[in-house]
Design a protein around this ligand. Structure first.
Ligand code: NAG
Ligand code: NAG
Length: 408
């Protein structure tokens, strides 16, 4: 027995080491204890290793990784890391264990949820990429920064990756592109800049949130993924026109958020292919042209925001016929006409057309402003004029309306 051995040498040392052992048992200190025998100058074996008893070797392997990461944390106002002691990693706040996919009797750290923990650390490198069985990583609203290690591409099971609302900056973490299982990517509310790889838009993701960064690039021509249902590019500096491929090949989208960018050109009629869309928001860009009638095909649409652009012409009645629409915001454009169905939506507060050029309605632009805008010819390089009235779906309600004799 070690303790008996020590006792036979110096009794004071026994006292110190015994205290250390008790502290270790209580989980108050987890650093390996390196005691030097002052008499013979021989190092004693570290005692802490003997008291940590892990439920699975996978936990023993990640233990030093977690402890090393803990030491890099510079701020922990909620006292989260106080719980990161001892061998029961599965009880640490923010850590969750499960069996990995390849072994149902094993226990491993399978997910991390640090959402709202307000932790600060200069990097996740050496931590995140050293947790080989991780499937979910959520770290929303912390103060993590630095760069994302290229080693995250080696995590075979990681499919949800959320580092939103942190202080990451620099270019898009390119290693994300090589993550084999990724389906949910959320890097919004950071300070990433530059461009994102065009292939990001063809990766088989379910959700892509890159809003509220400083990405500046022309939207790539080929945007296609038939798995994606949430796409949020808002509050960046994307420019160019919205490529028709988005609508054609992302027909599973339920939410498409393009607002607050520098997008130009017209809305292509392919927008009518977004049959699953519930929210479509391209507000505050520089889009122009008449609205495509094909918007009338988006039968699930509840929110349509195109405010703050340069759309003009008549608000298509077929859009106002959409049965689920609860909020149609077209304010701050240059529309000149609304029909009776749209007028009904204005009256019941669904349609907002303030600050347009519609004669007879309140809160419109000045005559001078409207004349100045409408006297300049506008072109849509990306859309053929005759396609604006093309409707790529069967709308019996609209058809019967067209065939009905005019009330006058
Ligand atoms: C599964 O994990 C357990 C616990 O770590 C281990 O004892 C066992 O050998 C593993 N089985 C295989 C087939 O690797
Ligand atoms: C409708 O949507 C606009 C733009 O997204 C928003 O500003 C407004 O508050 C919404 N109106 C209602 C009543 O929800």
């Amino acid at each position: 027995m070690k303790i008996i051995h020590i006792q036979s040498v110096v009794s004071i040392l026994l006292h110190i080491c015994f205290s250390c052992l008790i502290i270790s048992c209580l989980g108050l200190s987890t650093k390996p204890i390196k005691s030097i025998n002052p008499v013979k100058g021989l190092p004693l074996p570290p005692l802490a290793q003997n008291v940590l008893n892990f439920a699975d070797e996978r936990l023993a392997i990640v233990y030093p990784t977690i402890q090393k990461f803990k030491e890099t944390i510079t701020s922990d106002p909620l006292g989260i890391t106080k719980t990161w002691v001892g061998s029961d990693i599965c009880k640490y706040k923010g850590f969750f264990c499960e069996s990995p996919p390849y072994n149902s009797s094993a226990i491993a750290v399978a997910s991390i949820d640090f959402n709202g923990f307000q932790l600060s650390a200069p990097s996740l490198g050496g931590f995140l990429d050293q947790l080989p069985d991780l499937a979910l990583f959520h770290a929303n609203s912390n103060s993590f920064s630095g760069t994302i290690s290229s080693n995250i591409a080696k995590l075979p099971y990681l499919y949800e990756f959320d580092i939103s609302n942190n202080q990451f900056s620099g270019s898009f973490p390119i290693s994300i592109m090589n993550m084999p299982s990724l389906s949910f990517l959320d890097i919004r509310f950071n300070s990433f800049s530059g461009s994102v790889p065009a292939q990001l838009f063809t990766k088989d993701l379910n959700a892509l949130f890159i809003n509220n960064n400083n990405f500046m690039m022309k939207l790539p021509e080929n945007i296609a993924s038939d798995t994606i249902f949430l796409l949020t590019l808002a509050n960046n500096k994307f420019f160019g026109s919205i490529p028709p491929s988005i609508f054609k090949y992302m027909s599973s989208l339920t939410e498409a958020l393009f607002l607050n960018n520098f997008l130009t050109g017209c809305l292509p009629h392919e927008v009518g292919f977004l049959r699953e869309a519930v929210v479509f928001d391209a507000g505050n860009n520089q889009l122009t042209g008449p609205l495509p009638f094909s918007l009338g095909c988006l039968e699930n649409l509840e929110v349509l925001n195109l405010a703050g652009n340069m759309f003009y012409g008549m608000v298509p009645e077929v859009v106002c016929l959409l049965g689920n629409l609860g909020n149609l915001t077209l304010s701050d454009n240059y529309f000149t006409m609304v029909g009776p169905i749209c007028m009904g939506l204005i009256k019941n507060g669904v349609l907002d057309v303030r600050n347009n050029c519609i004669p007879g309605l309140p809160f419109q632009r000045s005559m001078d402003e409207c004349v100045a805008f409408l006297s300049r010819p506008r072109f849509c390089q990306n859309v053929h004029k005759e396609m604006f009235s093309y409707i790529p779906c069967w709308l019996p309600k609209f058809e019967s309306l067209k065939l009905a004799p005019s009330p006058t």
